[in-house]
Ligand binder design. Structure first.
Ligand SMILES: CC(=O)[C@@H](O)[C@H](O)COP(=O)(O)O
Length: 257
């Protein structure tokens, strides 16, 4: 089988699972989970990364092992998100940013209007922008239009583990997107990750489902398998759904037939 690489903004990855770095019980569990997941992209909030996540600097722990994707988690204005991205670029030496611009503290839903403005500003400033957005095909198209390198529609609100609430929209986004689609947020278990890939997503980003599970290392391995299985199934091409039964064994030569 030929290698099935994910390419975003000219950078290729063999893993299609992106992992978040927050909320693990301790440093070792985090590192073991990261290894078990096979993830090559790790998203870190600028607040935690710069400083002393998990006892030592998080960046030192993962240096050279993963591609860092700083995120602007917690930002609620264009100004804060842009400044946070610029700080991350300085601190981490990457112009990649997962742009999060929250419009509502309770649901953590993105503020689409502000998100588009911030994305436009950051793209013009030379960033490779991967925006966390609603599962709206029009919003995803607008984000691609302003030059985002990928789009990251939500499966469900962050941290809920509800899975993919609107698979029809995700499938539609995937079928039309000119840039890679990374399903971000709301994944609860491995079958959700597999479904995202079966719907046509290019990758999945998740955090809480692993870090808050009973056994994060095992769940990280399950997510890896889920993403890989979903991707293979997508490439293999599923059979069409039928409303009537169709015998899978040939009826020719049936005894008594
Ligand atoms: C870490 C991160 O970037 C999260 O904000 C992301 O959206 C993942 O969400 P879940 O924790 O629901 O997987």
């Amino acid at each position: 089988m030929t290698q099935d690489l994910l390419t975003i903004a000219g950078k290729s990855f063999s893993s299609r699972l992106f992992l978040g770095s927050a909320g693990y019980p301790n440093q070792q569990v985090f590192l073991d989970s990261l290894a078990a997941s096979g993830a090559e992209v790790l998203t870190v909030s600028v607040r935690r990364a710069d400083l002393t996540g998990y006892g030592e600097g998080l960046l030192d722990l993962v240096a050279g092992k993963v591609w860092l994707l700083p995120n602007t988690a917690g930002c609620a204005t264009v100004k804060d998100a842009v400044l946070t991205a610029q700080l991350a670029r300085e601190a981490m030496g990457t112009d990649w940013v997962k742009l999060e611009l929250i419009g509502d503290r309770e649901t953590l839903y993105p503020d689409v209007e502000q998100l588009l403005k911030a994305a436009d500003t950051l793209v013009r400033d030379g960033f490779t922008v991967l925006p966390y957005c609603t599962d709206d095909p029009v919003v995803c198209q607008r984000l691609a239009d302003v030059g985002c390198a990928a789009v990251m529609p939500l499966g469900a609100p962050i941290g809920t583990g509800l899975g993919i609430l609107n698979p029809y929209n995700i499938e539609l986004i995937c079928s039309r997107s000119p840039v890679p689609v990374v399903l971000d947020a709301g994944i609860g278990t491995a079958s959700d990750a597999a479904l995202a890939m079966e719907l046509g997503c290019d990758a999945v980003l998740l955090n809480t489902a692993v870090s808050r599970s009973t056994d994060p290392v095992r769940m990280a391995a399950a997510m890896r398998t889920g993403v890989e299985g979903g991707r293979l199934a997508r490439l293999a091409g599923r059979i069409p759904k039928r409303t009537r039964a169709e015998a899978s064994s040939p009826e020719l030569g049936l005894i008594g037939g």
